[in-house]
Design a protein around this ligand. Structure first.
Ligand code: CA
Length: 224
């Protein structure tokens, strides 16, 4: 899952970037509104965490311009402005969620999880295929209740494939979802991660296979 963070406090931006990366998100960070708008226009992000008070271009202008341009990214406004009028204006301008600072990490994480479910039209809190389930909050995968030990990147790929269960995820879509600009991967990186993920799942009795769609990408299907 790829997140764009538009936040001008270097300290908060650094802390959020580190925290989100540890949880397996790919994160691009912009410290002003102009860079933020440019990165957002690339259309590569599942979720945009948007501050309102920003240098160069303010958050509300970014949001209006993105929506006017047809952006479908899910936008979570994260701001110190807590007046009801600000919240109404943000949501009316096309934000999907609005959260005020100071905030608690678990709440931000839960709201991001909810936005991911909406993005992929998934109503279930747990991501599942057959006897395999992944809890997006704890990022623990289990097969028939037994924990499957996965690296952060393996978990990120599994999460993406489960969100898109029954569809083929293209190689470049997976790459865009799990890598950000600061950790440009080797061209074979996704293949390597999928191979390791597949081996770990094969060792867990009852897990559905990660299928290769030759020349396209990978998929996990609900077992028949
Ligand atoms: Ca600010």
């Amino acid at each position: 899952m790829r997140v764009l963070l538009i936040e001008d406090s270097e300290r908060l931006s650094g802390a959020l970037t580190t925290g989100l990366r540890q949880e397996g998100f790919a994160v691009d960070a912009a410290l002003d509104g102009s860079v933020g708008l440019e990165l957002a226009a690339s259309g590569q992000h599942d979720v945009i965490i948007l501050d309102l008070g920003l240098p160069l271009v303010d958050g509300m202008s970014i949001l209006r311009r993105l929506r006017a341009a047809g952006s479908t990214a899910h936008v979570l406004i994260l701001t110190a402005r807590d007046a009801p009028g600000d919240i109404v204006a943000g949501l009316d301008a096309g934000a999907d969620d609005y959260m005020t600072k100071p905030f608690l990490w678990p709440e931000l994480r839960a709201r991001l999880n909810a936005l991911m479910r909406r993005r992929f039209n998934n109503k279930q809190a747990q991501l599942r295929a057959g006897d395999l389930e992944l809890d997006p909050s704890s990022r623990v995968a289990r097969v028939r209740g037994e924990v499957v030990s996965l690296s952060a990147k393996e978990t990120a790929v599994l999460e993406y494939l489960l969100h898109r269960k029954g569809e083929t995820a293209r190689h470049e879509e997976i790459e865009a979802a799990i890598y950000d600009g600061e950790s440009a991967p080797e061209s074979s990186a996704v293949t390597t991660i999928v191979c390791r993920l597949r081996k770990r799942l094969e060792n867990a009795d009852g897990a559905p296979p990660v299928r290769t769609v030759r020349g396209v990408g990978y998929r996990i299907d609900e077992p028949a």
